[in-house]
Design a protein around this ligand. Structure first.
Ligand code: CTP
Ligand code: MG
Length: 171
């Protein structure tokens, strides 16, 4: 079993390609109200969780809510791919503004599995190349997370390790 130690008050960024199991992981380890999902915010601002043109507004709203939660001392988990440095920089900034530690949890599954899962979903429709690009972004992310300001970087590799992980909140 892998224990993921997370400060009781943290901003947790899940990092992983589409189909890596971020939303599943978030639902298993955190209360629904602790999880801010980019999909949910796209739906909130555009009535369509896949409307990529709504991303800037959706993330603006997500960052705002994350900031309010951290100001109020509430653990907050961001369920988005978080594969690009600029996306993560926004989260690190929100955490810093509230003197809260940013923590990353990387979910790394074989690309073929992520693709298999994605194809089985009615609510996802993108090309194989899009997934390949996400996978490249994930590879690049490894060396960057710590220097971007994430104080803890937990990496879970493979389905077994992801399934066996437990979150422990430190007081
Ligand atoms: N899934 C699964 N077994 C797991 C984890 C996920 O079968 N151990 C399935 C889910 O039921 C879902 C799909 O794989 O149909 C993708 O999982 P999800 O948690 O939704 O992945 P995300 O990383 O959240 O994908 P996205 O970025 O597209 O939201
Ligand atoms: Mg998801």
């Amino acid at each position: 079993m892998t224990i993921l130690d997370i400060p009781e008050l943290a901003l947790v960024a899940l990092v992983g390609v589409s189909g890596s199991g971020k939303s599943t992981f978030a639902a298993r380890h955190f209360a629904p109200s602790q999880v801010l999902a980019s999909d949910a915010f796209r739906a909130m601002v555009a009535d369509d969780e896949n409307d990529q043109s709504a991303s800037a507004d959706a993330f603006g709203a997500l960052h705002h809510v994350a900031g309010v939660r951290l100001r109020r001392g509430r653990l907050t988990v961001v369920d988005a791919t978080n594969l690009q440095p600029h996306a993560r920089a926004g989260l690190v900034q929100v955490a810093r503004e509230h003197d809260v530690l940013p923590v990353a949890i990387v979910l790394d599954v074989p690309e073929a599995l992520a693709w298999e899962r994605t194809q089985a979903r009615a609510d996802r429709d993108f090309d194989r190349q899009v997934l390949a690009r996400m996978q490249r972004d994930l590879r690049r992310s490894y060396g960057q997370l710590a220097r971007e300001g994430f104080r803890k970087v937990h990496v879970l590799r493979g389905v077994e390790e992801i399934d066996a992980a437990e979150v422990r909140l430190d007081k």
